[in-house]
Design a protein around this ligand. Structure first.
Ligand SMILES: [Zn+2]
Length: 438
């Protein structure tokens, strides 16, 4: 018998590799942070001796969900400014609040709040972009979640940096410091076409090529952004980035809500990944991303929540359901977007966008053991004829009962492991009082 760390057995396993394939009565064998084997449960127990075993007869195991676009620290601004268009929300509320309050501690506490919420909802990796990235990385390391952290760059000064070169210098210093941590990876994150100049975009492109880094940006979030770009540059933001050489398989473009035929062609021909944030786009009144055309053009689509300041949840189950239902309604095609396609967007497609699909995003041998267990034997999910349909249409984040990240148990019977929720809540309330007083 081979000694291993864990054998996790469940009635169903969705590996995320083959579209609709669900394994029945199988086990995942975990050792040294990785998935070592997947076998029928009886065989797994004959072959391996584990320190810990889980028998989850009511559950489906699936790859940990990947939140492909968020700003975790902004969870401290959840509910701070609601019911506003993006430009008013940013210019009159969010940016002034950030210039008053954002510092290392704000980012640390906001990130802890976000990470605790994400783990409880089955997210095991998030793709972030914000100031003071070291605070988000520290929070991720301590709470034990995987994070791809954007090294934010913008033209304007903030409490974090004064000009593009200082943003970049601080970002690279951060990257050097964290490059050996298995949970942390990095991208360069120019904030958006309206907050980054041509020369800064060119500089970012050079660095991204030299350092082999992915690029994470906001792109085509509102109609206004596109109209202003046409006025200023005589091109849409996508055309402008194309001229600057930014479009390519390493680019992750959040939103892409309003696309011309040529914009769509540019995304397709350059292999850009699109990070959809449907709830945030709805809440800010920005519009709907054309998922039907993105799929027809074979564009890689991942799912994000955006921040809690514009969602106001970091809930990938809610996003999956919205992704499926909104697009059936928008296309008037009920057969469009099968549950397995939506699950791929929330797992392996996110990993592809991040350039991490060789290590996470599906349940296969030698990938890191980022796995979640969802209980399908509850009032809200029974009867269950098709476990993938139950996951996308019936289950919500409270159905997530176990989470393993890098092979470590992070949620057990819905309770966070080695994370003090009460302490996080106390720190959050103290920040809320500080923000409320002004
Ligand atoms: Zn965003």
């Amino acid at each position: 018998m081979i000694k291993v760390d864990k054998i996790i057995s469940a009635t169903w396993i969705y590996t995320g590799e083959d579209q609709d394939k669900v394994l029945f009565d199988h086990s995942i064998v975990v050792s040294d942070q990785k998935i070592r084997d997947i076998q029928p449960t009886i065989k797994a127990h004959e072959m391996y001796e584990a320190e810990e075993t889980y028998q989850l007869s009511d559950h489906i195991l699936l790859p940990g969900l990947i939140n492909a676009h968020t700003h975790s620290a902004m969870s401290l601004l959840k509910g701070y400014a609601d019911d506003l268009q993006l430009e008013t929300w940013l210019n009159d509320y969010i940016w002034p609040a950030e210039s008053k309050f954002v510092n290392y501690d704000f980012v640390r506490v906001g990130s802890e709040l976000a990470i605790a919420e994400m783990i409880k909802g089955g997210t095991t990796t998030f793709n972030d972009m914000y100031f003071f990235p070291e605070a988000t990385a520290e929070a991720s390391k301590n709470l034990g979640i995987r994070a791809n952290i954007g090294l934010v760059v913008m033209e304007f000064p903030s409490n974090y940096a004064n000009d593009p070169q200082e943003y970049l210098n601080k970002g690279f210093e951060f990257r050097d410091h964290w490059r050996d941590n298995k949970l942390i990876s990095t991208s360069i994150a120019p904030h958006a076409p309206y907050s980054v100049s041509n020369s800064t975009f060119e500089l970012i492109n050079t660095y991204a090529e030299q350092l082999n880094l992915t690029i994470h940006t906001h792109l085509h979030e509102t109609r206004n952004e596109i109209e202003e770009s046409i006025k200023q540059f005589s091109s849409t933001p996508i055309e402008r980035l194309s001229e600057l050489g930014l479009l390519g398989p390493k680019l992750m473009a959040a939103h892409c809500v309003h696309l011309s035929e040529n914009d769509m062609y540019q995304l397709k021909s350059n292999g850009v990944s699109v990070l959809c944030n449907i709830s945030s786009n709805m809440k800010l009144g920005s519009g709907f991303v054309d998922v039907y055309q993105l799929i027809n053009n074979n564009i890689n689509i991942a799912i994000g929540t955006d921040s809690s300041a514009s969602n106001n949840r970091l809930d990938m189950f809610s996003e999956m359901r919205s992704m499926a239902l909104n697009n059936k309604a928008l296309t008037m095609k009920s057969e469009f977007l099968k549950p397995s396609e939506v699950l791929k967007m929330a797992t392996i497609n996110g990993a592809k966008a991040l350039g991490l699909d060789h290590i996470i995003g599906s349940i296969v041998k030698n990938k890191y053991a980022d796995i979640i267990a969802v209980n399908l034997d509850r009032i809200d999910t029974q009867p269950c004829y098709d476990p993938l349909a139950s996951l996308v249409y019936c289950a919500d984040r409270s159905s997530v009962e176990y989470v393993w990240i890098n092979g470590d148990t992070k949620l057990k019977e819905r309770v966070l492991v080695n994370i003090d929720e009460i302490e996080i809540l106390q720190k959050v309330k103290s920040w809320k009082n500080k923000i409320n007083q002004t």
